[in-house]
Ligand binder design. Structure first.
Ligand code: SAH
Ligand code: SF4
Ligand code: F3S
Length: 490
């Protein structure tokens, strides 16, 4: 016998508010009502799972999406058994895209077994028209696609997707809801947001990027740089602190250019000084710093701050001034090395980490040797190394002299070896000292241990109970094992 198909009863919408965030709160009520109907037909509460790829920006966006889903009445489910699976995608390198298509095939199998299942796709990959076209053609079971500029509209998009997927008007084959914007200058504040940890949180201070490094797709998929008003940032952090947060990570593609486009311009260093004054906040981290905009003023603030952590992520990309020019990075090898010297003079025990790309078009053995030279001079605590990935639409994609794959691979292996050797030599430098550790979680392997981080971001395991989670405690670092410390409460 055929089971009768569930049909959603649509709500007649009157007086939809035109301003944000009021409009979204209106749609949250509608979506909540729809979720109730669907859950009623299913016989249990609706569940969701958000899979996040890419950088801290995407991680923070996922927390916002989660906040809205929970407000609508969905319950988080850890595996992909969920009734709503949302992929928040990254497209910074080509191989990230291929993985997503593979996963979609797998999800379609799950959907065949669950008539109440919806699949959503969002994030940077969706800002590429060719990707959306491919999903429309080959993955017609996807219910909802949206991009990076309209995530604040998620409640409204969910209500529409539920109507299109389960309502009386649904079409045979595909009832995809698609909403992609090219760009926006709108920043909507005061929407519900979840966070992964109770005691630490990311805080967006700006969105987008204006730098157009010639290899990078981010400015095309995240739009132009927009800074949040300082008062909104401070208000958000104050609220987080009142809610138990002791550490914030300020997020932007280039935090050093924060505030230039505000009505009343403010520098990143000035913003940091204001954040430093928030009582109850213990630690401040930020990401990412572009070397071309790292000011002396910022170094001064870091030198005198009691809260800014002793860790700076300062992407190098290449050590060759010639390649840096082709990359449109707007600094050279000498400037980068001078910066490192200044920072180390101001904050002697700071940990430095970086990003390096190998095999940028035209990179010669001499250029690569310059990269190795910087790595040996700076001696990074750790480095993310990437093989150059050609992104269609970026200037580098059409440059002459793309480096052959085997040459790149060989250089990559040499770089990785160098980076790892130095990191191993540097790990353990603090053994014997007693330092504050923010305890973050119970150790996955040994439940008698908890795991936390030093100001310089190094990992520490120590005996202790889960009550310590979220607290900053003094720990004596007894020994270093590989890349982490073993310590004891002091
Ligand atoms: N805004 C940050 C970086 C964001 S992308 C910054 O400027 O530092 C993170 C890293 O991915 C970059 O630092 C770069 O090293 C790497 N990356 C970006 N585009 C890439 C590409 N086309 N191929 C390989 N790596 C890339
Ligand atoms: Fe990409 Fe450069 Fe912008 Fe970073 S600063 S996001 S590498 S364009
Ligand atoms: Fe990826 Fe988008 Fe971040 S492309 S690295 S998720 S800004």
């Amino acid at each position: 016998m055929m089971e009768e198909k569930f049909v959603l009863k649509l709500i007649d919408k009157q007086q939809i508010p035109e301003t944000e965030p009021e409009r979204q709160y209106y749609f949250m009520d509608i979506a909540r009502e729809y979720a109730k109907q669907i859950a009623g037909a299913k016989g249990s509460p609706l569940t969701f799972h958000v899979s996040t790829f890419g950088c801290q920006m995407n991680a923070r966006d996922s927390e916002k999406l989660t906040g809205i889903l929970e407000t609508i009445g969905y319950v988080e489910e850890d595996s992909e058994k969920a009734d709503f699976v949302l992929y928040n995608t990254c497209t910074v390198r080509e191989n990230a895209n291929n993985k997503v298509y593979g996963r979609l095939g797998y999800l379609s199998g799950l959907q065949k077994k669950n008539p109440f299942m919806m699949i959503g796709m969002c994030g940077c990959m969706m800002q590429e028209p060719a990707v959306v076209e491919k999903i429309q053609q080959s993955y017609r079971f996807v219910s909802l696609i949206f991009g990076t500029h309209n995530i604040y509209k998620f409640a409204e998009l969910m209500a529409t997707a539920m109507e299109n997927t389960f309502g009386p008007q649904r079409k045979k084959g595909s009832s995809m809801t698609i909403d992609i914007w090219k760009d926006t200058d709108q920043i909507v504040e005061d929407l519900p947001v979840e966070r992964k940890y109770s005691f630490k949180s990311g805080v967006n201070i700006m969105f987008g990027c204006n730098n157009f490094c010639s290899y990078c797709i981010v400015p095309y998929v995240r739009g132009r740089e927009r800074s949040r008003e300082p008062k909104e940032i401070l208000r958000e952090i104050e609220r987080l602190v009142a809610d138990g947060v002791v550490e914030v990570m300020l997020l932007g593609q280039n935090v050093n250019s924060y505030g230039t486009n505000l009505e009343t311009p403010m520098s990143f260093a000035e913003l940091l000084k204001e954040i430093e004054n928030i009582e109850g906040l213990e630690r401040i981290r930020f990401m990412t710093s572009h070397p071309k905009d790292l000011s002396d003023e910022l170094i001064e603030v870091m030198k005198h701050s009691k809260k800014i952590c002793k860790h700076l992520h300062l992407p190098l990309q290449s050590g060759s001034s010639r390649i840096l020019g082709l990359m449109n990075r707007r600094y050279d090898k000498e400037h980068y090395l001078e910066l490192v010297e200044k920072i180390r003079a101001a904050v002697p025990d700071i940990a430095l980490t970086t990003d390096i790309i190998v095999g940028f078009p035209g990179e010669s053995e001499e250029d690569f040797a310059e990269t190795l030279d910087v790595v040996r001079k700076v001696r990074y605590d750790s480095a993310f190394t990437f093989i150059y990935s050609k992104r269609t639409g970026t200037p580098a994609a059409t440059m002459q002299d793309q480096v052959p794959e085997d040459v790149v691979k060989e250089r990559f292996d040499r770089l990785l070896k160098e980076v790892q050797e130095i990191a191993a030599e540097k790990a353990g430098a603090l053994t014997g000292q007693t330092l504050p550790v923010l305890v973050e979680e119970q150790n996955g392997q040994d439940e008698r241990l908890v795991t936390g981080r030093l100001s310089n971001n190094a990992t520490v395991h120590l005996p202790g109970s889960p009550e310590l989670i979220g607290k900053i405690v003094n720990v004596t670092l007894k020994e270093c094992k590989g890349f982490y410390y073993l310590g004891e409460l002091a």
